[in-house]
Design a protein around this ligand. Structure first.
Ligand code: HEC
Length: 159
């Protein structure tokens, strides 16, 4: 009986693991070029949604610049509570006061990428897509980590 229970347990775990990797199969790796390609060509972020509590152009704080828009993909917008779903992406356009696009900062939830700090892949891009810094920058993590209980996200409150 015990053996059967263990076998069923192993099966359930395997099926869960397989289905989560299948669900992630269409997503880019933790790589700045692959992520940029994904958010501009495969699933252009300008066609995504805003969080209901943070729509359109909003005033922002340092270090990101005076104005911004935060776009979220389906996996992020359909995450009712923290942590957000695997493959969730948050794209923040950072504008000058004159509404000129200066930088694009991105958070991308990659399962197993950085478990100590919420499995986020971070990147700051120029408007043309050159990334610096990217990966696990201590700057991004240090500041956003003050809200680790909100999955490192600052503009949106999970209820
Ligand atoms: C000194 C603090 C600080 C640092 C460092 C920082 N951020 Fe932020 N970040 C913020 C604040 C504050 C907001 C809320 C929006 C605003 O005020 O601009 C924010 C918002 C964001 C958002 C929108 C989602 C959210 O969390 O609300 C993204 C994406 C983002 N930051 C990415 C980055 C990346 C990538 C880096 C590193 C290159 C970084 N941030 C470094 C303070 C910081």
């Amino acid at each position: 009986m015990k053996k059967v229970a263990i076998t069923i347990g192993v099966l359930v775990v395997t099926v869960c693991f397989l289905s989560s990797s299948v669900a992630f199969a269409d997503m880019p790796g933790a790589d700045p070029g692959a992520l940029w390609h994904y958010i501009t060509k495969v699933s252009p972020y300008k066609e995504w949604s805003f969080w209901s509590d943070h729509q359109g152009m909003q005033p922002g704080r340092a270090p990101h610049g005076p104005l911004h828009k935060v776009y979220v993909n389906d996996r992020a917008v359909n995450s009712p509570k923290p942590p957000v779903k695997e493959g969730a992406i948050v794209v923040k356009e950072n504008y000058s006061k004159a509404r000129e696009l200066k930088a694009i900062t991105v958070m991308y939830k990659v399962p197993g990428y950085n478990p100590n700090d919420g499995d986020w892949f971070w990147a700051k891009y120029t408007p043309k897509g050159a990334a610096k810094p990217f990966g696990k920058p201590t700057g991004c993590i240090g500041c956003h980590g003050t809200r680790s209980n909100n999955d490192f996200i600052l503009v949106h409150e999970f209820k």
